[in-house]
Design a binder for this molecule. Structure first.
Ligand code: HPA
Length: 247
């Protein structure tokens, strides 16, 4: 199996190493960075860091070239594409450090290049998006988690904000009323673009802080992120390993 992974903030060390994969220039401009190839449990894993190379200034969420990134994986012929996304927890059962496999999305982002449609090579389509993530890939990830004893919340609604600023407490209250369990800045347009290319796509979210106005610790969001990022990402890495070893 060939698994593509787009890693989020802090993912520089996630599955680091590996050989850069040559990529032909695509029609949508520059990707966030190199695609690196590693082999895990006999499977090829192609990894890109969504916010750019570790040595470069981080690309903010609204400026990520999602079209180029997803296109690159399409060209590389991956079987599945997995996003690793750090998020803030809104629902009470989304504790810091925990993993969530969302099944739904609400997109509050704006002004991003969000479609391939509109050219002769890519005519208009209205991609069906009722269920924004691949049901099969989600099931495989859930059974991998079960096998490996990794606890995760098996469903959730991810609300995508524009960033890069964090939200106000009132914005989070509104998102909760809308049904969001999580808040992050990058699941869209990535998921929509993957669907336009018919890629089997899902995301694994790592809760690194409680959303604005929700933290009982009073630590502040950045301190929470610093405290939970590494452990949460290593759980996500364990999930990827369990998924691959069972495939
Ligand atoms: N809000 C938006 N995006 C995020 C957060 C948050 O609280 N935490 C990590 N990504």
């Amino acid at each position: 199996m060939r698994l593509g992974i787009i890693g989020g903030s802090g993912a520089a060390s996630f599955l680091s190493g590996g050989q850069p994969v040559p990529l032909a220039a695509g029609p949508w401009g520059e990707c966030s960075g190199l695609v690196r190839r590693v082999v895990i449990s006999g499977h090829e894993v192609l990894l890109m860091s969504r916010h750019g190379e570790p040595a470069s200034p981080a690309i903010p969420p609204h400026a990520v070239n999602y079209r180029a990134n997803v296109w690159a994986f399409h060209e590389l012929g991956i079987d599945h594409l997995l996003g690793i996304n750090t998020v803030g927890g809104i629902s009470p059962d989304t504790a810091c450090g925990s993993l969530v496999l969302p099944d739904q999305l609400i997109d509050y982002s704006w002004g991003r290049e969000h479609t391939y449609c509109g050219s002769a090579e890519f005519p208009l389509q209205h991609a069906e998006f009722t269920m924004p993530f691949s049901a099969r890939l989600r099931e495989q990830l859930l059974s991998a988690a079960h096998r490996a004893g990794i606890s995760l919340r098996p469903v959730g609604t991810y609300g995508v904000t524009q960033g890069p600023r964090l939200e106000t407490a009132a914005e989070i209250d509104r998102m909760e009323r809308d049904g969001c369990d999580l808040v992050g800045m990058t699941a869209m347009p990535e998921a929509g673009l993957a669907r336009e290319l018919d890629i089997s796509y899902a995301i694994c979210c790592v809760v690194v802080n409680q959303a604005a106005g929700r933290s009982p610790s009073g630590l502040g969001i950045h301190a929470e992120i610093a405290a939970h990022l590494a452990a949460g990402l290593s759980q996500a890495e364990a999930l990827v390993e369990a998924f691959l070893s069972g495939s």
